[in-house]
Write a protein that binds this ligand. Structure first.
Ligand SMILES: NC(=O)c1ccc[n+]([C@@H]2O[C@H](COP(=O)([O-])OP(=O)(O)OC[C@H]3O[C@@H](n4cnc5c(N)ncnc54)[C@H](OP(=O)(O)O)[C@@H]3O)[C@@H](O)[C@H]2O)c1
Length: 344
């Protein structure tokens, strides 16, 4: 990889050997990511960075990672790393991804890519200016069942799709300072789990024409429960529900004029779907894979780097921007602005 700037918006530099990955922010999701990395064919974990040297060393020892850094800046500057997985809280995605892109690293940044669409657009401009790859870690898009769902719908298996229903709810720790509830960490259901209920309709239909919603705000002021109805031209609707205060079955149902497809829970990361067509027996389709499925998004980044691309066609900058714009619209309606953020 190089850190020399380029004005070519379509390509990035190609690493010679296995792509060397660094992890920035060794928290909860970074552990799941590192555990699944053993299933990545064309990459290896080369470095990890924490705000604390001890935490970086402990994580490195657990996953046999050669380099451990006590600051994010050292990882961004490291000659041992081609691509960085950004796994800090949402509030810090923009700053951490900028640091790495500026240094010429490819970046896979946890969802949501940024807290708002203004930050997302700034990241795209930076990635383009530096010739660095950037993708939001929307791992569900690369889940084999979701990929098959896309194929089934494209083949007309359920006719014209008219309605999508997704729900995701669980009881988050009550601590007002926790990542999911603290406004300073961009807490709330929408950005953390609501994004999963929105990604399927956005994947199939793009930006909605109309959005209606109801929200419950918790003690810290962030959204803790919401029901969202989205509409697209052509009698197409989606219902998206998320909660940090009660348990939902985490299902996804896609309904069409000739049948429906039910994604087994959790709908965004499952191994099975059921296809029901009018007049036929229900058909189950399973897709087995090792681990939790975080490896597929890494495979996509590696393939893009080999193809010298700056963004993925399967989860493009435009796709991430659309999700940010929809979430901006919702937060604007709800009057939720995070500290230090101008109104979305
Ligand atoms: N794809 C998925 O399935 C999935 C699941 C869960 C979360 N996520 C995403 O991953 C991101 C991180 O979530 P998480 O649950 O892993 O978070 P977490 O465990 O609370 O924090 C991740 C790490 O970020 C670092 N960090 C940097 N600045 C911080 C700050 N101001 N406060 C707290 N930690 C800070 C900390 O590492 P050091 O201090 O050691 O540097 C911390 O361990 C979120 O954006 C979330 O949306 C994705």
């Amino acid at each position: 990889m190089t850190d020399s700037p380029t004005t070519d918006s379509s390509t990035t530099k190609r690493p010679a050997n296995k792509i060397r990955w660094g992890i920035l922010g060794p928290g909860k999701i970074a552990h799941a990511f590192a555990a699944d990395f053993q299933y990545v064919a064309d990459g290896r974990l080369s470095a990890v960075a924490s705000r604390s040297t001890e935490r970086a060393r402990a994580f490195a020892a657990q996953y046999d990672i050669p380099f451990a850094y006590g600051s994010y800046g050292e990882l961004a500057a490291s000659p041992e790393v081609d691509a960085v997985y950004v796994a800090v809280p949402h509030s810090h995605h923009y700053e951490a991804a900028s640091l790495c892109l500026e240094a010429g690293k490819a970046v896979l940044c946890e969802k949501p890519l940024t807290v708002n669409s203004g930050q997302a657009e700034a990241l795209f401009a930076l990635a383009e200016r530096r010739g660095s790859f950037l993708m939001e870690a929307l791992w569900s898009k690369f889940n084999p069942v979701i990929v098959h769902l896309g194929e089934l719908i494209a083949s007309g298996a359920i006719g014209e799709v008219r309605r999508i229903h997704c729900d995701f709810g669980f009881v988050a720790p009550p601590d007002p300072g926790s990542r999911l509830r603290a406004p300073g960490l961009a807490g709330g259901a929408l950005l953390d789990i609501g994004i999963y209920t929105l990604f399927l309709p956005h994947m199939l239909w793009g930006l909605p024409a109309q959005i209606d919603s109801h929200v419950v705000r918790g003690e810290t002021g962030v959204d803790v429960q919401e029901q969202i109805i989205l509409q697209w031209p052509g009698a197409r609707m989606a219902v998206a529900e998320a909660s940090l205060d009660s348990y939902y079955p985490t299902t996804g149902v896609i309904s069409g004029t000739e049948g429906y497809i039910q994604l087994a829970a959790p709908f965004f990361a499952g191994r099975e779907l059921t296809l029901w067509r009018e007049g036929s027996e229900p058909r189950q389709v399973r897709r087995e894979f090792p681990g939790k499925g975080y490896q597929f998004q890494v495979d996509e980044v590696n393939a893009c780097l080999r193809a010298e691309r700056l963004q993925s066609r399967r989860h493009s900058w435009e796709d991430s921007l659309a999700l940010c714009q929809t979430m901006d619209r919702l937060r604007k309606t709800w009057g939720i602005t995070y500290p230090g953020e101008r109104a979305p």
